[in-house]
Design a protein around this ligand. Structure first.
Ligand code: SF4
Ligand code: SF4
Length: 165
């Protein structure tokens, strides 16, 4: 996208002056509770398996589950992809003592939150998300450009198993 076009779009967006967000240290709401879907891209699989010093094959077998015919509010229909496994209680398998065991290489879905297209799309969605996340509108100010960069990376992920079949 050209700089000019980006400037024009910026004027119309509710986050043109940036948004504040800081994850709360004592909060782990994103990582536990009802089983959710933590989609993992090809890059995520490579990064996490390297970090854990295991093969991608072992990572997929031990730490992920295959999901099929899934509708993602952010990505639309996904025929097949991998999601991180949960424990019996519904927490992410990488959550240990309220901390992410793979924090440095956590999936982009986790790193990009709350700057997901579905949340950032309207001011109302952003404000509504506050009911879930106490870190929204707190702490660090993310500029429009930073948010745009996160959104771009988030929306251009390649999931391991194709979406095209
Ligand atoms: S709900 Fe918000 S504050 Fe809590 S863990 Fe998730 S991002 Fe952090
Ligand atoms: S990978 Fe880490 S940040 Fe993402 S849900 Fe699991 S514990 Fe939370």
């Amino acid at each position: 996208m050209s700089l000019r076009k980006l400037k024009l779009i910026k004027k119309k967006l509710h986050y043109s002056k940036g948004l504040r967000f800081s994850c709360k240290h004592d909060c782990d709401k994103c990582c536990r509770g009802e089983p959710g879907v933590i989609l993992i891209s090809e890059d995520d699989i490579e990064n996490i398996s390297t970090y854990l010093n295991i093969s991608q094959y072992d990572f997929i077998n031990n730490y992920s589950r295959l999901i099929t015919d899934f509708f993602s509010i952010n990505f639309g229909y996904i025929k097949k992809a991998y999601s991180i496994k949960e424990t019996n209680s519904g927490s992410c398998i990488f959550l240990k003592d309220k901390k992410c065991f793979i924090y440095q290489v956590r999936p982009l879905q986790c790193r990009a939150y709350p700057f997901w297209s579905s949340i950032i799309k309207t001011e109302k969605n952003w404000e509504d998300e506050k009911k879930f996340c106490p870190g929204i509108n707190q702490g660090k100010l993310y500029s429009f450009e930073e948010i745009h960069k996160i959104l771009k990376e988030f929306s251009s992920q390649n999931f391991t198993t194709d979406k095209s079949e």
